[in-house]
Each structure stands twice: as C-alpha cells, then as structure tokens.
Design a binder for this molecule. Structure first.
Ligand SMILES: Nc1nc2c(c(=O)[nH]1)N(C=O)[C@@H](CNc1ccc(C(=O)N[C@@H](CCC(=O)O)C(=O)O)cc1)CN2
Ligand SMILES: Nc1ncnc2c1ncn2[C@@H]1O[C@H](COP(=O)(O)OP(=O)(O)OP(=O)(O)O)[C@@H](O)[C@H]1O
Length: 237
C-alpha cells in the first residue's frame, strides 16, 4: 500500500490527516475506474488515440520549442493501455532529438532518465516496465512526458500512485517542461491536489491541448530561451 499516504507520513505543510486519507482512498478508487475504462478501449480506438496525440504533441513541441534538435525529450514506454507514442519517439530521434525514458532505479526516490534510441535493447525494470539497460547514458530532460491515469483543468495529474513524477519534479532544478498525456475521458473535476502534488505545464488528450500553463513558469527552465523563431500562438484554452 505504498501508494497511499503512509501512516507515518507527516506533511510539514500540514493537511488534515483524515482528509488526506479520504483523498488517498478516493484516488485509489478513481485509478481503478479510469484504468478499467482505458483497458476497455478497442485496438482501433487505441491506434486512433495514439495517432491524434502524436499529432497534437508534435504541434505543441514545434510551437513551444521550435527546433528540438539536441534537446533531451523524455517519453515513456507504454504499459497498461497507455497511449503508444513510440513511433513519434523514433521520428524525433531521427530528427536529432535526444530521446530518453524514465526509470525507477530506487524505490520512493526521484526517477532517473536514460537515453533511448531505436537500437536500444530494453530490459525489465521496476514494475516490469521495459527500460534502457544500465550502460545507457543518464540525462536530464528539457521536456518530459508524464502519462496520465487522470487529470484536471488545473494541470494536476493522477498517476499510478507511486508519487514518482511529483518527487522527480520537486528534485529537478531547472525543472523540465512537463507535458501530461492522457485520454479526454480521464478528465476529473479536480484530483483534490495535496501539498506534494506538482502541476504539469501542459496536458494533451486525443482532442488536443487541454491545459497550458505559461505565466506560472518563473523559476523553471524557460523554453522560450531556446526557441528558434517560433512564436507563441494564443490558441490554448
Ligand atoms: N509507461 C510508464 N512508465 C513510467 C511511469 C508511468 O506512469 N508510465 N512512471 C510514472 O511515474 C514511472 C513508474 N511509476 C511507477 C508507479 C507506481 C509503481 C508501483 O509500485 N505501484 C504500486 C502502487 C503504489 C505502491 O503501492 O507503491 C502497485 O500498483 O503495486 C511503480 C512505478 C516511470 N515509468
Ligand atoms: N516530493 C515528495 N516527497 C516525498 N514523498 C512524496 C513526494 N511526492 C509524492 N510523495 C508520496 O507519494 C505518494 C503518492 O502520490 P500521488 O498519489 O500523487 O501519486 P501519483 O502522482 O498518482 O503517482 P506516479 O507519479 O508514480 O504515477 C504520496 O502520498 C506521497 O506520500
């Protein structure tokens, strides 16, 4: 039950422990519901979702970063019915982007990112997730994808309950630009954000960009510094 608020977990920002337990219980139920819904999608629907998401993601990267060459872009290796963006990973690699994948190398610690290329021979990592082998270079992402089990319009993510992305974003400075990837149907009115939850910078579904947080990014890595001529278009909701 490590995905729940541990009985001895004391948050210095001080949430009511009873309320924290209620939120953890609610999240566990929502994770089960949303994962079951996702698994129920047909193969055709999954392929369509993956293709639509890849298109929207490609547009967002072009708008926000212009040329992504030599940037480190962390994706994910799909598990449990997550949208499959592996063709896009290979394409980006082909255009000179450094593609990386996240790994749980130490339980309950921040994620580690290692380089991936289409030639990488994947091995089994924590939770049986395929990962690059230990000799792959460790890198720090400029842009990172975060697969979503659920999401809300404030940019908060519901994941598998390990707290890995939150820990990683709390630890990385400068922070990468983090893009949540999920199904439109996985929208929640709120995930009841807790003090440890870190909002994402953008969220994309098969229907397009749903969340884009621009103003809040101050201390973080400013992608505009690297933008090669691309201008921001005011198309976000
Ligand atoms: N494809 C993919 N790769 C990814 C992620 C992801 O969400 N999707 N992650 C995104 O973060 C990281 C792995 N996240 C993990 C999250 C939870 C648990 C885990 O042990 N889950 C327990 C429940 C929680 C617990 O009790 O510890 C379990 O279900 O047994 C493992 C890895 C890195 N790689
Ligand atoms: N920065 C942090 N430091 C220590 N513990 C943390 C931190 N962030 C999250 N956690 C722990 O992780 C637990 C699970 O968090 P949460 O429910 O937000 O997971 P999640 O975002 O769904 O998981 P994942 O990112 O692995 O998919 C929290 O209850 C908390 O105990």
């Amino acid at each position: 039950m490590a995905g729940e608020i541990a009985p001895d977990y004391f948050d210095p920002l001080g949430v009511d422990p009873e309320q924290a337990r209620d939120v953890a219980r609610w999240r566990r139920a929502e994770r089960l519901r949303l994962r079951a819904e996702r698994q129920a999608l047909s193969v055709d629907a999954r392929v369509a979702v993956g293709a639509a998401l890849s298109g929207h993601l490609r547009d967002l990267l072009a708008d926000r970063f212009g040329d992504m060459r030599d940037r480190v872009f962390s994706a994910y290796w799909p598990i449990k019915g997550e949208p499959d963006l592996r063709p896009l990973m290979a394409d980006l690699h082909g255009t000179g982007v450094q593609v990386a994948l996240p790994l749980v190398e130490v339980k309950q610690a921040p994620l580690v990112f290692r380089r991936w290329t289409p030639e990488t021979r994947m091995v089994r990592g924590d939770w049986n997730i395929p990962v690059p082998p230990p000799e792959s270079e460790v890198v720090t992402p400029d842009v990172a994808l975060a697969p979503l089990v659920g999401w809300d319009r404030a940019g908060y993510r519901l994941g598998y309950g390990g707290g890995y992305f939150d820990r990683t974003l709390a630890h990385l400075a400068p922070r990468p630009f983090v893009i949540g990837i999920g199904l439109q149907a996985a929208e929640l009115a709120t995930i009841y954000p807790q003090p440890h939850d870190v909002p994402l910078d953008a969220i994309i579904t098969e229907e397009g960009v749903q969340v884009m947080r621009l103003a809040e990014r101050t201390e973080q890595h400013d992608p505009a510094e690297h933008t090669s001529g691309a201008t921001e278009r005011p198309q976000w909701r």
